[in-house]
Design a protein. Structure first.
Ligand SMILES: Cc1cc2nc3c(=O)[nH]c(=O)nc-3n(C[C@H](O)[C@H](O)[C@H](O)COP(=O)(O)O)c2cc1C
Length: 174
């Protein structure tokens, strides 16, 4: 195992962080002019069940940073494995609403079709996170369906395969 100081080797730091596998989300909101905005993000995390809180981190350098830190409400879409097109579409600064099916939801929020789960959030706090901010959201409505997630690890996308032989899930316990 190679050891390094993140401050002097940011490449190695990035690469070590990238070994942590995540799901992929698209966060949507309305900008100050009321136009739909969306961004692909894997910094999403659950925070609290009671009250229901989640977080994600927009990069300060992003052209969409202000839109997302100022939006009073936003939607988090957890992508399914067959939603690579949505993931790619919202990496682009001009957004991808012309490329994927979506509809207008509560409070005018743009909602993408076909995701695995959806969290409608009110901005609870925006915290300092270095070259990112940490947006804490309070979930007022959530939805889910069965399906397979899109995963991201080491700069690559893939799917999930349960390792039932090594670690039986909770429902397999006697
Ligand atoms: C898998 C994946 C995860 C990403 N996660 C984040 C994230 O959590 N926060 C973020 O600000 N940008 C994230 N990005 C980059 C944004 O989607 C976007 O491309 C980048 O911020 C450029 O933004 P801009 O065009 O608005 O300047 C991610 C990109 C990919 C492909």
């Amino acid at each position: 195992m190679d050891h390094f100081a993140p401050e002097s080797d940011s490449r190695a730091f990035r690469s070590a962080l990238g070994s942590y596998a995540t799901g992929v989300t698209v966060i949507t909101a309305l900008d100050a002019e009321g136009r739909p905005s969306g961004i692909t993000a894997n910094s999403f995390a659950s925070v609290s069940l009671d009250p229901p809180l989640i977080l994600w981190s927009p990069k300060r350098a992003s052209r969409r940073f202000q839109t997302f830190t100022e939006a009073p409400v936003f939607a988090v879409h957890v992508l399914a494995r067959d939603q690579q097109a949505a993931c790619d579409a919202f990496v682009r600064p001009e957004g991808g609403f012309d490329l994927v099916p979506w509809r207008e939801g509560p409070e005018g929020l743009p909602l993408l079709d076909g995701c695995l789960s959806l969290f409608l959030c009110r901005r609870e706090a925006v915290l300092d996170g270095g070259d990112h901010a940490i947006i804490l959201g309070r979930v007022w409505e959530a939805a889910r369906r069965d399906g397979h997630p899109l995963l991201f690890q080491g700069g690559k996308y893939g799917g999930f395969r349960a390792n039932n032989e090594l670690h039986p899930g909770p429902e397999a316990e006697p």
